[in-house]
Design a protein around this ligand. Structure first.
Ligand code: HEC
Length: 217
């Protein structure tokens, strides 16, 4: 029995290593694409790094939107601008009046468009979700969310969903400003669902999950 288990472990390690190589080769092929040259197995980019790259861009866009758009029309993220530069409001009900989306809504709208492309998917998740589409959905998301809340660090692993292998990563989403905590703590949905959960600055409020398919994307 122990021998079989050992063999299974070896097989699993090899499969994961093999998938990593395929991934590296396909990233290299994409990087060299267009030139008509044959893709060679030169050192590629690990899926960990690909996830880190994607996450960096998403975080930067969200921060830039918050700092340079939302804070110009509203008081948010610790930046006060009571008169607003343009007469609109960053509000959850942005579609009902002259509003613009909150950063989390902007992030979700972008993810809905990107996910349609079918290259990879990403999403905001949280155990204390206001929007039902942000509930942790599968084993990976549950395990990763618990680990990220405990450590404050990102969590990465391989997973299989519907016969498809993925490299998945969850990055912590932290209450970097008082506004993060206060808006969530006083949101009617939050107060009804999680009356005992009061966020404070620096808390992990949720996470950004990225799923990169490893074969036949
Ligand atoms: C003005 C209110 C407001 C502020 C400020 C705000 N949020 Fe949110 N947040 C929301 C709402 C509303 C949603 C649900 C959006 C949707 O429908 O997609 C949300 C969604 C989220 C989610 C996904 C889980 C969920 O609740 O659906 C996370 C994680 C999150 N916010 C973290 C943050 C962080 C971190 C900050 C500060 C950098 C922040 N929020 C600032 C209102 C706010």
């Amino acid at each position: 029995m122990a021998l079989v288990e050992k063999w299974m472990n070896t097989l699993r390690t090899r499969t994961v290593a093999f998938i990593a190589i395929i991934m590296a080769v396909s990233v290299t092929a994409v990087a060299c694409g267009g030139g008509g040259t044959t893709a060679t197995a030169t050192p590629g980019i690990s899926p960990e790094l690909v996830a880190d790259y994607i996450h960096t861009v998403m975080e930067a866009d969200r921060t830039a939107y918050t700092r340079h758009v939302v804070s110009r029309v509203n008081m948010l993220e610790g930046k006060e601008n009571p008169d607003g530069v343009v007469p609109v409001e960053a509000t959850e009900a942005w579609q009902q009046g002259s509003g613009i989306p909150l950063p989390a809504q902007m992030f979700r709208l972008g993810s809905e468009i990107a996910n349609e492309k079918g290259y990879f998917t990403y999403n905001l998740i949280s155990p204390w979700y206001i929007n039902d589409s942000h509930a942790p959905k599968n084993d990976f998301e549950q395990t990763a969310m618990d680990a990220v809340i405990e450590t404050g660090e990102s969590y990465k692993d391989y997973q299989e969903v519907g016969g498809q292998q993925f490299f998945s990563a969850l990055y912590p989403d932290i209450a970097v400003a008082e506004a993060c905590a206060s808006c969530h703590n006083t949101h009617p949905v939050h107060m009804e669902r999680y009356p005992d959960k009061q966020f404070v600055v620096d808390d992990v409020m949720g996470g950004v999950v990225i799923n990169i398919p490893l074969e036949g994307a």
